[in-house]
Design a protein around this ligand. Structure first.
Ligand SMILES: *Cc1c(COP(=O)(O)O)cnc(C)c1O
Length: 459
């Protein structure tokens, strides 16, 4: 058998998709031709049938015409999952997002005076109202917030940080490196497990510009430990006339310990303690869009606003629209914990999560005698560099298909539409239900019905 030419493959696609423009077929046809050439080199081409080739063409065409960025179903039990888009937005946020995206807006136009306005004004008052801050500034993400704050407050000078807080947050955000990119000199104090107030005090000299506290977002130091509280650091800063900054990372506006979860420092507490600048993410525990929020004393915020980096790090109108709408939900905490998916997922009681698992179990139970499903207890995590030690009791459905390795099953689900992301536990595929939306359950059932057909499972 001869490998069909790219042109022949295009003609084949044209027959399959008669209403699509011919130009759409070039790339998928080339991809398939490449696969066939590689198979030929390996001596594997002869096994291809016309149906195989047609399936390859369909798959290549569908991949080409579907957006690369697409919805997935999160069955991992990790709520703020960095690889899966961190925080899903609240439904209430979406109508505002489309309204602003589709039409013109007063992004930088003051409707009262008819003069040029500031894009930050749309969220500044709201952030002040919710946190008691003197002002607010929002940039592209928290990494950017830390960078611009350090650069503004301490460029060319020393910043004191505890050795226990030299955090790395995945990717390439590491405190020592951000510090050098911001043009600051890092002065490490204390040890990994213990840092005393006197360690900071001894290091302070005429070139010290800032005392920095970094939230240990994704790790914990346990055992023989000691760290300086933000209150003590602020008191020291006041005595020495040196500003204090806190990078809170996850930055929650609500106190989770009220709901029986572990204590995560809140933004309000940090401000009440008197920090001069505090930074945190918009899309971690806040549950909004990607953004870096900077709060604190007006004097410093004004300086940060004037830093030319601000233009490079500025947020766009879609982020602003989503952030404002998310923050508005926080005016009523009971509304926020219901409407904001991250908060809702964290605070759903285990009994309710168990019900969801039972529902999913029921949907999958009778698909095939080869498909075995069991309800199991699992442990969910907040993820996204927050509450690293917090295990949230959860439930999941453990799944096995006779004769199919769980590794293969996880791949099949991942490559479906919508993709379903599960975890493997002791040779079972597990879907933790804590991060599932109601509408995900039927999608999962559909995926297993498709699998049943594909794998020719008996009923
Ligand atoms: C997550 C985190 C950052 C980075 O925030 P992004 O929003 O991902 O840019 C910085 N510092 C700390 C302590 C964090 O937890």
């Amino acid at each position: 058998m001869r490998i069909p030419s790219v042109h022949e493959l295009k003609e084949h696609l044209a027959k399959l998709y008669p209403h699509m423009p011919f130009s759409y077929f070039t790339i998928p046809a080339r991809k398939v031709a490449q696969i066939l050439r590689e198979a030929k080199q390996k001596g594997e081409f002869e096994v291809f049938t016309d149906t195989n080739i047609e399936n390859l063409l369909k798959k290549a065409f569908e991949d080409y015409t579907k957006p690369s960025l697409r919805r997935v179903i999160n069955g991992t039990g990790v709520i703020v999952h960095t690889n899966l888009g961190r925080a899903p937005l609240a439904k209430e946020v979406i109508s505002q997002l489309t309204e602003i995206a589709l039409r013109y807006s007063n992004l930088e136009f003051d409707l009262l005076t008819g003069k040029r306005g500031s894009r930050y004004s749309h969220v500044e008052e709201l952030l002040v109202e919710l946190t008691g801050s003197e002002g607010a500034l929002v940039v592209n993400n928290n990494a950017g917030a830390v960078l611009i704050a350090l650069n503004t407050l301490a460029r060319g000078r020393e910043v004191v940080v505890s050795r226990g807080e030299l955090v790395e947050i995945g990717g390439s955000f590491r405190i020592p490196e951000v510090m050098s990119w911001a043009g600051c000199i890092l002065k490490e104090v204390g040890t990994t497990n213990k840092t005393h107030l006197s360690d900071y005090e001894k290091t302070i000299n005429e070139n010290t510009a800032l005392l920095l506290k970094v939230h240990k977002s994704n790790y914990a130091i346990v055992g023989f430990t000691e760290e300086v509280s933000i209150e003590e650091l602020v008191a020291l800063g006041k005595r020495k006339g040196i500003p204090v900054m806190e990078d809170l990372g996850s930055g929650s506006l609500i106190d989770f310990s009220k709901y029986g979860l572990a204590k995560e420092p809140t933004v309000q507490e940090s401000l009440q303690a008197g920090v001069d600048v505090v930074t945190f993410s918009g899309d971690k525990l806040l549950g909004g869009p990607q953004a870096g929020i900077i709060l604190g004393k007006k004097e410093f915020l004004e300086k940060i606003k004037k830093n030319p980096l601000n233009r490079a790090l500025r947020i766009d109108k879609l982020t602003l629209a989503a952030l404002e709408a998310t923050l508005m939900l926080y005016r009523d905490e009971s509304l926020a914990v219901q409407a904001i998916p991250v908060l809702r997922m964290m605070l759903t009681p285990p009994s309710k999560v168990k019900k969801r698992a039972q529902k999913l179990l029921k949907l999958l139970r009778n698909i095939s005698s080869k498909l075995k499903v069991t309800l199991i207890k699992t442990t969910a995590k907040t993820g996204g560099g927050s509450l690293p030690l917090l295990d949230i009791p959860s439930y999941g459905v453990a799944i096995k298909i006779e004769g199919i390795p769980s590794q293969k099953l996880i791949e099949k689900l991942r490559q479906g539409d919508p993709a379903i992301i599960g975890i493997i536990m002791e040779d079972f595929l597990v879907l933790d239900v804590r991060c599932l939306f109601d509408e995900d359950l039927l999608e999962i059932k559909k995926a297993f019905l498709n699998l049943k057909n594909e794998l020719n499972l008996s009923t």
